[in-house]
Each structure stands twice: as structure tokens, then as C-alpha cells.
Ligand binder design. Structure first.
Ligand code: ADP
Ligand code: ASP
Ligand code: MG
Length: 403
């Protein structure tokens, strides 16, 4: 039996905790499992390295950033191997490159292209526990790349897929996927099972318990993920195809997510001519600005209002783009202090009136909804950031998720 395990930043956050992980890994090895263990950097380490770079430059080279950031995961990988060796276990630590992970050339947000598994397979055959530094790979030019924040989850899923592992266990400081972030709503309930589609929505909408790209890849490759706690032996949450959960009653709503990393751009008096929206959003796309929700009002006297949301850290870049359209609009406003709160569930498809429950719950508590977007399995609302946590609790209760 081959299992890929991934231990996140909090799980390896101190030397004692790395020893704790070594003990857990050793116990699994004693049960005769073949193990590939992916590790994150110690918690806070990646942010610290980013701050170091920003001490010297507002705009450091992405290539150098990748070289810098990949170091955090190497430290924990090597330390875990050293700890296991000391306990009498055969273990070897590998960088992303040594593990055969190749990516495209997009520095700091690279996509995995291929994993050559020969080296890992050989090390397993030699009896080694293989420890892999997460979050990194190498591109065609031989340059180190990283996979975007939270990217060690992606390393683990990709390795599990490439090695046809029996399972991919993602260990963190929570013992599974909950109906919402248990730090915001202590009444949140742990789910035994969640489908890839629902998990993908939850993680894309802010639930960082799993990185969204890792869920997307797991679905594509059919990798079964089990989210578990490093600090308890509780059963975790299975993330897999719908089939496995068929016997479970279909829940209307499976969870609520909060994303505070949102900013809103409002354009007033935009000249309403064909092609204007295309021009604006094309230019934003050229700058890799991720536009999420868009609202355009009915036009009046040849003018219209246009609003959209983007990630907070792209606001400056977006302002520059909008300034280049000065001649086509009367004015623009920017609001950093917005949050997106979302309700997710495959059961929504077949029920009408689901959205109204959310709107009422917020309205009854005087929370103004600034933008709305819906799909078959989610409702997202933009609200004032200071009401983010409250809105999560209200929606959690309104849909009876605490029951
Ligand atoms: P790691 O550092 O191990 O990758 P993360 O901090 O990225 O772990 O993810 C775990 C955190 O995700 C939890 O501490 C929890 O606060 C947060 N979280 C957000 N939404 C959820 C949810 N629906 N279920 C469980 N945890 C969630
Ligand atoms: N260390 C990286 C981050 O903090 C990757 C990860 O932990 O998954 O984003
Ligand atoms: Mg994470």
C-alpha cells in the first residue's frame, strides 16, 4: 500500500512538531506502508521570506522570489529525514526537482506539467521513506519555480496521482473539512464526506483547508483525498467523487466560506458603446488581474455604471489600468474593505428559494449586500468586510448547518 501524506505549516511549525510528525510517519511505516511525505515550510516562514525580499524591493524579481521561497520547504524536508534517520528509519529528503516535478515557466504561480517518478520509485524500492519538499518544481530552463500559496497541497495530490497512490492524506491543524471555518463558527460540523465539486467551490471561495488547485487536480486524476489532523487520531473528511457518498442524504447546503482578500472597483458614467467592456477587461486580463464578479447597470443617456471585484493585492495595478480609460468614464471608486461570503451545495440545483434564505438572513441583521453572483451550486455576496465573520455565522445558522 502506497500512501502520500502532506503535513502543513502548523504541523511542522517547530522542532518538537517535526519530531511529532516523524513519530507519526514512523508509526505508519511500522504498519508496512510505503510512504511519500510532502512537507510545507514551518508556519510563518514563507511570509517571513517574502517580507525579507520586500525589505530590499517593492517589486522583486519573480525568479529570485522562487529561489528564496522554495528554501522554506527544503529546510523542513531535510530536518524530517534527519529525525527519521536518527530513529533508525531509512528516509531521504528530495527537492521538487529531485522528485522529478517539472512545471511551466510562470514564476511564483507555476503549473505542474509532468512528474517523472523514477527517482521516487527507486528510493521506495530501496526501502526509503521519501520526503519531498512541497510547493516547488523546476521548469524547462532549469529554473526553480513555486506553485502558488498553499501549493504543497498541490504537490501532494500531483505525486499521489503520478504514483497511483492508494490515498492522499492532507494533515493540518483541523481534523477535516467543516461546514465553515471552525475558527469563525465554533458550531461548525465536520463533514465525513464532500464531493470534489463542492470542495472545489469552498476552497476557491476562501476555505483554505485545501488549496483549490489541488482539489481541481484531484478531481481530474481521481485522487482520493483524506483531510485529517496532525494532532489527533480523529477520522477525517473524504474528498472524492459523488458516488462514494451516494448513500448519504443529499444536503441542500454543504458549507459557508469567507474570502476577505477582495476589493471592489466601481466605474461611474462609462460611455456606453459596444466594445467598451471588452476593452477594459482585456486590459485587466493582460495585467493578469483576476476579475471575479461583474455588474453593469442599465444605461441611461448613453452612460452606464460598471462594478467588479478583484483580489485586494491587485488593486494598485487595476487603478493604473483604469486611469488609462479616463476619457471614457466620469469617475472611479475603489473599496478595499469588502468581503465575499458564499454558500455552497450541490443540493441547491433542485431547490428554489435557496438564495432568498441568504438574502433574508443578512437583511434581518442590517447587512447590505453590494453584489451577488450565483451558479448551480453556489451563491456569493459582496458585503462590508467588517461584517464578514458575522455573516458567516448568520448564514450557517439560516441553513441549519449547526444542527
Ligand atoms: P496548512 O498550513 O496545514 O496547509 P491551512 O492553514 O492552510 O493548513 O488550512 C487549515 C485551516 O483552514 C484551519 O486552521 C481553518 O481555520 C481553515 N479553514 C477554513 N475553512 C475551513 C473549513 N470549511 N473546514 C476546516 N478548516 C477550514
Ligand atoms: N509554504 C507555502 C505557503 O505558505 C506553501 C504551503 O504551505 O503549502 O504558501
Ligand atoms: Mg494550506
Amino acid at each position: 500500500m502506497l500512501v502520500v501524506q502532506k503535513y502543513g505549516g502548523t504541523s511542522v511549525g517547530s522542532l518538537e512538531r517535526i519530531q511529532n510528525v516523524a513519530n507519526k510517519v514512523a508509526k505508519n511505516k511500522d504498519e508496512n506502508k510505503d510512504l511519500v511525505v510532502v512537507v510545507s515550510a514551518m508556519s510563518g516562514e514563507t511570509n517571513k521570506l517574502i517580507d525579507y525580499a520586500h525589505y530590499f524591493s517593492k517589486n522583486p524579481s519573480p525568479r529570485e522570489m522562487d529561489l528564496l521561497l522554495s528554501s522554506g520547504e527544503r529546510v523542513t524536508a531535510a530536518l524530517l529525514a534527519i529525525a527519521l534517520n536518527e530513529m533508525g528509519y531509512k528516509a531521504i529528503a528530495l527537492t521538487g526537482r529531485q522528485a522529478g516535478i517539472t512545471t511551466d515557466t510562470t514564476h511564483t504561480y507555476a503549473r505542474i506539467k509532468e512528474i517523472k517518478t523514477d527517482r521516487i520509485k527507486k528510493e521506495i524500492e530501496d526501502g526509503n521513506i521519501v520526503i519531498v519538499a512541497g510547493f516547488q518544481g523546476i521548469n524547462d530552463k532549469g529554473e526553480i519555480t513555486t506553485l502558488g500559496r498553499g501549493g504543497s497541497d498541490l504537490s501532494a495530490v500531483a505525486l499521489a496521482g503520478a504514483l497511483s497512490a492508494d490515498a492522499c492524506e492532507i494533515y493540518s491543524d483541523v481534523d477535516g473539512v467543516y461546514t465553515t471555518d471552525p475558527r469563525i463558527e465554533p458550531k461548525a460540523k465536520k463533514l465525513d464526506f464532500i464531493s470534489y465539486d463542492e470542495m472545489l467551490e469552498l476552497s476557491s471561495l476562501g476555505a483554505k483547508v485545501l488549496q483549490n488547485r489541488s482539489v481541481e487536480l484531484a478531481k481530474k486524476m481521481g485522487v482520493k483525498i483524506i483531510a485529517k489532523s496532525t494532532f489527533s487520531d480523529n477520522e477525517g473528511t473524504i474528498i472524492a467523487d459523488k458516488k462514494e457518498g451516494e448513500d448519504m442524504e443529499e444536503l441542500l447546503v454543504s458549507g459557508v466560506a469567507l474570502d476577505k482578500n477582495q476589493a471592489r472597483v466601481s466605474l461611474r458614467g462609462v460611455t456606453d458603446r459596444p466594445g467598451i467592456a471588452a476593452e477594459i477587461f482585456e486590459k485587466l486580463a493582460q495585467k493578469n488581474i483576476n476579475v471575479d464578479m461583474i455588474i453593469q447597470n442599465a444605461s441611461k443617456d448613453g452612460k452606464t455604471n460598471l462594478g467588479f471585484t478583484i483580489p485586494q493585492n491587485q488593486l494598485l495595478e487595476a487603478k493604473k489600468v483604469i486611469e488609462s480609460f479616463d476619457h471614457d468614464l466620469e469617475g472611479s471608486d475603489y473599496d478595499e474593505w469588502v468581503a465575499k461570503v458564499s454558500v455552497v451545495g450541490v443540493g441547491m440545483k433542485s431547490h428554489s428559494g435557496v438564495a432568498a434564505v441568504a438574502f433574508k438572513a443578512l437583511a434581518d441583521n442590517n447587512i447590505n449586500i453590494e453584489m451577488i453572483s450565483t451558479s448551480e451550486i453556489k451563491i456569493s455576496m459582496i458585503i462590508d468586510e467588517k461584517f464578514g465573520e458575522l455573516a458567516v455565522r448568520l448564514l450557517h445558522e439560516a441553513y441549519g448547518l449547526d444542527k
